[in-house]
Design a protein. Structure first.
Length: 201
């Protein structure tokens, strides 16, 4: 059985299947929630060797995950005891932002320059804030990239953030900045990634 943290055919297949489902849900404009992330995480890890079953879809601080600490470089994710409140705030802010954009951008509409900037801003926030919280024991980057792509597809954009292997071209630096609460690096990177995806398309 393949390790849950290694690039392998099962992980690649899981991600491809999941992204197709998220595309359908995005086009329907289904509600995004913490349950979405739990389900995505479970589907990502299906068929992979996980050291502790509680880690699949489980957030740090929950049963079996009380003492799980995570870090990117020199920066730690928030303490396990604070994850639940941070995620509650994340869900509330995400749903409020999505509701505003849903009202401003009709389904199938071509985005104006300002609307495009607003969508990239939300993609960047959803990704960077998930990275900052780092709620899962592992797989946070994959789920953060799914958040970004899910938001993008909701408003007619392509899924422009590569899921696996993790993107290059400054992605690690963007994640490290996100751990410090700075999402401006993510915004600039995502703008460039989207331009490249549109050029290729």
């Amino acid at each position: 059985m393949h390790d849950w943290d290694a690039d392998n055919p099962i992980l690649g297949q899981n991600l491809a299947i999941l992204l197709r489902r998220i595309r359908v849900e995005a086009r329907r404009r289904d509600q995004l929630s913490l349950s979405s992330a739990r389900n995505w995480h479970g589907e990502i890890m299906r068929g992979l060797a996980v050291p502790n079953a509680a880690m699949v879809g489980g957030f740090r601080g929950e049963a079996g995950l009380h003492d799980i600490e995570v870090r990117i470089g020199r920066h730690r994710g928030i303490a396990p005891a604070n994850v639940a409140q941070a995620l509650s705030d994340y869900e509330r802010r995400l749903q409020q932002a999505v509701q505003r954009l849903d009202e401003l951008i009709p389904t199938g509409a071509e985005l104006s320059v300002d609307q495009l900037a607003a969508v990239i801003e939300l993609c960047s926030w959803a990704h960077a804030e998930w990275v900052r919280i780092h709620p899962f024991a592992n797989g946070n980057g994959r789920v953060a990239r799914l958040w970004a792509n899910g938001v993008a597809m909701r408003y007619g954009l392509p899924p422009f953030v590569r899921l696996r292997p993790r993107p290059d071209g400054g992605y690690d630096s963007a994640c490290e900045a996100a751990m410090r609460g700075d999402r401006s690096v993510t915004y600039s990177l995502f703008h460039a990634m989207l331009n490249e995806a549109m050029r290729r398309a």
